[in-house]
Ligand binder design. Structure first.
Ligand SMILES: Nc1ncnc2c1ncn2[C@@H]1O[C@H](COP(=O)(O)OP(=O)(O)OP(=O)(O)O)[C@@H](O)[C@H]1O
Length: 286
């Protein structure tokens, strides 16, 4: 049987509300110390008890509402974050279009950043030299390649990041909403590149809120809600599950609102002064 290229077992991570957790070694020790004294009340689990297998060549869309742990899952897959429970195992290197553009150094030029980031992702000097023109060509940043990246727009940074990513030979490609930044022409180009990489047998894990993009790139979908994996099936099944959860929540919200309004009306009726009955008034009015 084929071995999974990404495997998650009982995967969970705990964050402290209002505090940014970084994937530092020091945090491991801090976390252990905190756990000995019991979990502090403000801790929460954006992901817990998550299990899945992703196989080589799969294209998987990660679906969920805001703040339900999608980006956290990608960070766990890349190894930027360390799980507090369970594990995620990768067979092969990851090309992440999540941290890449964010990882650019603002003071360095586009050219310097390409050299640095590509090297950090394992490309040799010769490979970078050979691929450099293709990267710049893809990102359409010829005129700005010697400009410090701090002057780039977010779309320009993503284009340069995507240019580097597409040249990495890594078997796993992670994309987090990055395509939402690009214009229509760039999106079309990305679509072609992703389709090409999938054809080569690469594996894609794709986070998006766009139903169209999810359907375009992925045949499989994972729906995360309230920190748990709710559905793992076809992309359509995951999208249906997502819509059902939204409809359920909307209905519950409306019911809560109606109950609150009814309670307020009852309170107001109770507080209203009782009508004063004047003896003989009824007869006088008749
Ligand atoms: N490094 C961190 N330290 C502490 N809390 C974090 C950290 N990263 C994310 N969170 C919190 O974890 C929860 C899940 O965040 P995450 O970014 O994974 O959600 P998401 O599903 O990707 O959301 P969106 O759709 O809005 O991008 C959120 O409540 C977020 O505030």
């Amino acid at each position: 049987m084929e071995e999974p290229i990404i495997q998650a077992r009982d995967l969970g991570i705990c964050f402290a509300k209002g505090k940014q957790k970084k994937g530092r070694v020091k945090d491991l020790f801090v976390r252990r110390a905190a756990n000995k004294q019991g979990t502090p009340a403000q801790d929460f689990w954006p992901l817990r008890h998550v299990n899945f297998d992703i196989f080589p060549g799969d294209a998987v869309g990660i679906i969920g509402r805001n703040g339900t742990g999608k980006s956290t899952l990608l960070r766990l897959i890349t190894g930027v974050l360390i799980p507090d429970e369970g594990y995620v195992r990768r067979e092969g290197r990851v090309a992440p279009l999540i941290a890449l553009s964010a990882g650019f150094s603002g003071e360095l030029t586009g050219r310097e950043n390409v050299n640095l980031v590509a090297a950090l992702h394992g490309m040799t000097t010769k490979e970078i030299k050979n691929k450099f023109d293709e990267i710049v060509d893809f990102s359409e940043l010829e005129d700005f390649i010697d400009t410090p990246v701090k002057y780039y727009s977010s779309g320009m940074k993503v284009r340069l990041g995507f240019g580097v990513i597409t040249q990495l030979p890594h078997p796993i490609l992670l994309v987090d909403e990055a395509l939402a930044v690009g214009d229509a022409a760039f999106k079309r180009k990305c679509q072609q590149v992703i389709a090409g990489l999938l054809k080569e047998g690469r594996t894609l894990v794709f986070v998006s809120h766009s139903e169209g993009d999810l359907k375009k790139y992925c045949e499989r979908g994972i729906f995360l809600d309230a920190g748990t994996l709710v559905t793992d099936g076809t992309v359509q099944e995951a999208l249906d599950s997502y819509k059902e959860a939204e409809a359920r929540d909307q209905k519950a919200k409306e019911e809560r609102k109606a109950r609150a309004a009814a309670a307020k009306a009852a309170e107001a009726a109770k507080a209203a002064p009782a009508p004063v009955l004047v003896p003989g008034a009824a007869e006088a009015g008749a």
